[in-house]
Design a protein around this ligand. Structure first.
Ligand SMILES: C[S@@+](CC[C@H](N)C(=O)[O-])C[C@H]1O[C@@H](n2cnc3c(N)ncnc32)[C@H](O)[C@@H]1O
Length: 305
């Protein structure tokens, strides 16, 4: 439960996300949608890819610490499942260096194309992208480690996915995953009624649409899938003030799921004014001066038996 500063090199800039020297152009209003059999609840659109990059800029320190602590190191060959626009892949690629490699798997070709462009802009040459459903991924080789962030929550059978990942690992190979838990909502102090209302709609929708308690389930999933002594913990960023990127992230996450929340009759979803939400969240943060906890995120790593 600690506040972690976002690194200066990762920040949202208008309709681009800036990482160090390179800017990733992800148009905010594209309607490109990928054809896939996998029902990814957040959608395969450019606004979603942009939301992922914004979220990643907030979560980067958490994920970097997990990967280092888990033992992702120089020369390893790593599989990143559900890589999205590639933030975890790029972190891993830096840790394994040019003698190692990262294989990045996603069903979304648009996300993989963004990852390719970002990697090229950063001069990262050790990432290979594969467009496939993770369950259908049979690479004909074994990896030293498999990593994933916010992927098990979206799969129909998270245990089957973890077992599949175990089978793709060398003996004593490593797994490291991060997953939210939307059943546990850390309160802000002082209280922030608008933000609480947004979380209630979001969490109500996720409870009906995905494995909303996947974070709490991680430890048991790891043991059931054949990993020894999982090291598991929960943490979340605490942001504050009008300039925090968490306002945009919260508003854009709600915008993404609002149509579904309305269909599911989630309380509060029908009434919220989504177009003014981000500004109202900023105003509430200014008036209250509150510390604003993000969603709870479980981190878990272990070696296969
Ligand atoms: C919430 S995003 C997380 C992206 C990335 N791991 C991150 O943390 O920034 C989930 C990603 O998983 C992908 N995905 C969902 N189901 C999948 C599946 N069955 N196989 C491969 N990728 C999948 C989606 O396309 C999406 O890019």
């Amino acid at each position: 439960m600690e506040k972690i500063k976002r690194p200066a090199q990762a920040q949202a800039v208008g309709s681009t996300i800036q990482y160090g020297k390179s800017k990733t152009e992800i148009p905010a209003n594209s309607t490109y949608v990928c054809e896939t059999a996998t029902p990814y609840v957040m959608g395969h659109t450019n606004p979603e890819r942009r939301r992922l990059a914004l979220q990643a800029s907030i979560l980067r320190p958490f994920t970097e610490r997990l990967l280092r602590e888990a033992g992702i190191a120089w020369g390893m060959h790593v599989l990143d499942i559900g890589c999205g626009v590639g933030d975890v892949s790029m972190l891993a690629a830096g840790l394994v260096g040019r003698n190692g490699s990262v294989t990045s798997v996603d069903v979304d070709p648009g996300a993989l194309e963004t990852l390719r462009q970002r990697a090229a802009a950063e001069g990262i040459a050790n990432i290979a992208c594969v467009q496939t459903d993770v369950c259908a991924f049979l690479p004909g080789r074994l990896f030293d480690a498999v990593v994933g962030r916010h992927i098990l929550i979206h799969t129909s059978d998270p245990l089957a996915v973890l077992k599949h990942c175990r089978d793709l690992l060398q003996p004593r190979g490593l797994a490291a995953f991060q997953e939210y838990d939307f059943q546990l909502i850390p309160p802000s102090y002082p209280s922030t009624p608008l933000r609480d209302c947004v979380f209630a709609i979001m969490n109500g929708c996720f409870a009906k649409a995905v494995h909303a308690n996947i974070g709490s389930r991680l430890f048991r999933l790891f043991t059931e899938a054949g990993f020894a002594h999982p090291d598991c913990r929960v943490e979340f960023p605490v942001e504050g003030g009008p300039d925090s990127p968490c306002h945009e992230l919260l508003a854009e996450t709600l915008r993404t799921i609002l149509p579904r929340a309305r269909v599911l009759n989630v309380p509060g979803a029908a009434d919220i004014d989504i177009d003014t939400l981000e500004q109202r969240l900023r105003e509430e943060a200014t008036i209250t001066g509150a510390g604003l906890p993000g969603s709870m995120m479980f981190s878990c790593f272990a070696r296969r038996l």
